[in-house]
Design a protein around this ligand. Structure first.
Ligand SMILES: CC(C)(COP(=O)(O)OP(=O)(O)OC[C@H]1O[C@@H](n2cnc3c(N)ncnc32)[C@H](O)[C@@H]1OP(=O)(O)O)[C@@H](O)C(=O)NCCC(=O)NCCS
Length: 248
């Protein structure tokens, strides 16, 4: 009798997990299926146009590559040559979504080359089994930096994420990019995620040149993506401290 109750409970739990996974998959699918994420936010339109990674025109790809080089070669240093190739591949992935910033609302992306001022590259994906909006790039031309546009675009991306039922916005920043780190952490209140290398393994994480930051929108995401997990490595850290104390 007891074992049949236990097996019922197990079945129920399995059904719950499957239903949750199905719901999460549906959320991601619905978020990715919408063609125009600005449709829900008409007041943000004056800066932007959007598109897919695999539909970028030649001159838009050229623009993205140039801006990435100007802005990111410094923070990446000697790793730029490798990273540039990675970013070129990421740029054209079908799941890559873009919002472009241009000076005039009537500028057409795919006609003659137009003066773009920046772009966002984001994707809907899973982190720790939770649907998140992963911000791959936020890049602005130097002429429009420090004028509030970055903050405005981050507000927009957070609205899109919440409207699409994402649990968080997640992004990666180079540790050497101190101004971007200040922008996200001090100004926008992003926190180092528990999935960031420095939190997963504080010893090995020191070697990594980037942090993963996040802003969560619900308790479950906060518990998983923000709250520190007890890892074997932290035990190892405690062990070292104890040893030092004994030696003292
Ligand atoms: C990082 C970046 C996206 C920030 O956008 P931005 O438009 O320049 O920033 P904003 O003007 O919106 O700044 C918003 C707030 O952050 C502050 N801030 C911006 N840059 C800062 C910096 N370098 N140091 C400290 N604070 C900064 C501003 O003072 C502002 O605060 P306020 O609202 O109190 O005035 C932009 O500068 C950029 O494209 N940099 C190069 C590419 C890059 O590093 N991208 C990030 C890769 S992860």
């Amino acid at each position: 009798m007891e074992s049949s109750t236990a097996s019922e409970k197990k079945k129920l739990k399995r059904r719950e997990i499957l239903e949750k996974k199905k719901a999460t998959d549906q959320i991601l699918k619905a978020a990715s299926a919408q063609i125009d994420h600005l449709a829900s936010f008409p007041s943000f339109r004056c800066f932007n146009r959007n598109g897919h990674g695999d539909k970028l025109s030649h001159c838009t790809k050229q623009y993205i590559q140039n801006l990435l080089k100007v802005n990111m070669e410094g923070p990446y240093g000697s790793e730029w040559a490798i990273e540039e190739k990675v970013k070129r591949r990421e740029m054209v992935a079908p799941e890559a979504r873009y919002i472009f910033v241009c000076r005039n609302a009537n500028d057409m992306m795919d006609s003659a080359p137009i003066p773009l001022l920046g772009f966002l590259h984001y994707r809907f994906t899973l982190e720790e089994e939770m649907p998140v909006l992963y911000l791959y790039e936020l890049q602005l031309d130097s002429s429009v930096q420090g004028k509030g546009l970055g903050k405005f675009l981050m507000e927009l991306i957070e609205l899109i994420a919440q409207e699409k039922w994402m649990s968080a916005v997640v992004l990666t920043v180079q540790k050497s990019n101190s101004s971007a780190m200040k922008f996200y952490r001090s100004k926008l209140r992003y926190v180092v995620s528990s999935i960031s290398p420095s939190r997963v393994n504080p010893f090995a994480g020191v070697e990594k040149k980037y942090e993963i930051l996040c802003k969560t929108f619900d308790h479950e995401a906060k518990a998983v993506l923000e709250v520190k997990k007890q890892t074997p490595c932290q035990n190892c850290f405690q062990y070292h401290l104890t040893t030092l104390k004994v030696l003292d």
